[in-house]
Design a protein around this ligand. Structure first.
Ligand SMILES: NC(=O)c1ccc[n+]([C@@H]2O[C@H](COP(=O)([O-])OP(=O)(O)OC[C@H]3O[C@@H](n4cnc5c(N)ncnc54)[C@H](O)[C@@H]3O)[C@@H](O)[C@H]2O)c1
Length: 356
């Protein structure tokens, strides 16, 4: 479906970006892969074949890096047809979900997320459009936003939807940039669209879950996520810092490992406050553990048993990138099992029987 096309993908070393790179190459594209994780990126490019894939370290918060990435597609493979602004980040290590609230805003963290998630997309569009216009054969730009770019939930409400001001604002901004880009670039036959994934089993989600405060008892998703973290913890060597850091109310506690399933401390998990400082855990999230994340997501999915995989998001990007999506422009394709449709359709009062 992408034979003869050249694509550049940011955030390609992991998760959704990696799945997009694999799928696009399978569909006949040649790809230039950008990411800050140089080693992982080079391993992926080697695996895909150097005639098909080129790795180029790229920090999307640096305009010069984005310009180099767009130029690399043209100089290496002769054109730039598809640009995926997919790199994204959540809180930096050590910043908690509470710090994400506006009243506690960590300015440096806010600036970093906006620089990567939002400005990176704007500048990516700038340099991709420049290269595509020069090529004269149109093109397609795809931005990765999120369901957090479509709906918001107050992080202090105990709602299971994970948000922070910086993440949500930057992801909402991507939807606006996508519409603007679509209008601005349509005369050059350059389409600009976005994908909005729901909770998808990737290393980023593992880290995100690890960073949240679990402050309310009995919250279905939180409990489930906690269980998932415990299941992962059971796979880690005994005494790893992640295990002892998990329970700030018992900082010295080191859980036995492997942790028998029967020993998964539901009661401990429900003890508030149970603060997860799971960055370390997220960093240990390796491919063999992703099926476990997926299994836990499937349990809380609005579509029972169906969890989103990186490949599901990549499939949406393929549709937008290929000729199947040739008339789709300015659109945000939501891939979330219908979760946001439910949020949008929620009518306050209905649950109390008030149907007015
Ligand atoms: N996983 C989810 O549940 C989910 C949901 C909605 C949206 N998203 C979005 O999907 C995109 C991909 O995330 P993922 O889930 O695959 O996570 P991931 O952590 O597996 O991959 C993200 C990649 O982006 C790279 N990256 C981070 N900062 C960068 C920078 N400054 N410059 C270049 N590369 C950088 C990382 O090194 C990593 O390889 C992100 O934009 C994320 O916000 C993810």
């Amino acid at each position: 479906m992408l034979a003869g096309k050249v694509a550049a993908i940011t955030g390609a070393a992991s998760g959704i970006g990696e799945a997009v790179a694999r799928l696009f190459v399978k569909e006949g594209a040649r790809v230039v892969l950008g990411d800050i994780q140089g080693d992982k990126l080079r391993r992926l490019a080697d695996e895909l074949g150097t005639d098909r894939a080129t790795a180029q370290e790229c920090n999307v918060s640096q305009e010069a890096d984005l310009e180099r990435l767009a130029d690399a597609a043209v100089s290496t493979y002769g054109s730039l047809d598809v640009w995926c602004s997919n790199a994204g980040c959540y809180h930096r290590e050590g910043v908690t979900r509470q710090d994400g609230l506006m009243e506690n805003l960590d300015t440096a963290d806010f600036d970093r997320q906006v620089a990567v998630n939002l400005r990176g997309v704007a500048l990516g569009t700038k340099h991709a459009a420049r290269a595509m216009k020069r090529g004269g054969r149109g093109g397609c730009i795809i931005n990765t936003t999120s369901i957090a770019g479509l709906v918001v939930n107050c992080a202090n409400s105990g709602d299971p939807v994970l948000v922070s001001a910086a993440y949500s604002a930057s992801k909402h901004g991507i939807v606006a940039l996508t519409k603007l880009g679509a209008c601005e670039l349509a005369p050059y036959r350059i389409r600009v669209n976005a994908v909005a994934p729901g909770y998808t089993a990737t290393p980023m989600l593992a880290k995100t879950i690890g960073l949240q405060h679990l402050s309310k008892e009995g919250k279905r998703a939180s409990t489930c996520f906690s269980l998932f973290v415990c299941l992962l913890a059971a796979k880690l060597p005994a005494g790893t810092p992640a295990l002892s850091e998990m329970c700030t109310n018992r900082p010295a506690q080191v859980l036995p490992s492997p942790l028998p399933r029967s020993h998964i401390p539901h009661t401990t998990l429900k003890l508030a406050p149970l603060k997860l400082t799971g960055c370390a855990l997220g960093d240990r999230m390796r491919a063999p553990l992703l099926p476990e994340l997926e299994a836990e997501l499937a349990k809380v999915s609005i579509m029972p048993g169906v969890a989103l995989r990186a490949e599901d998001i990549a499939n949406g990007m393929l549709y937008l990138a290929s000729d199947m999506g040739r008339c789709v422009n300015g659109h945000t394709l939501v891939i979330d099992n219908g979760l946001v449709a439910g949020v949008a359709g929620y009518v306050p009062g209905l649950e109390t029987g008030d149907t007015a």
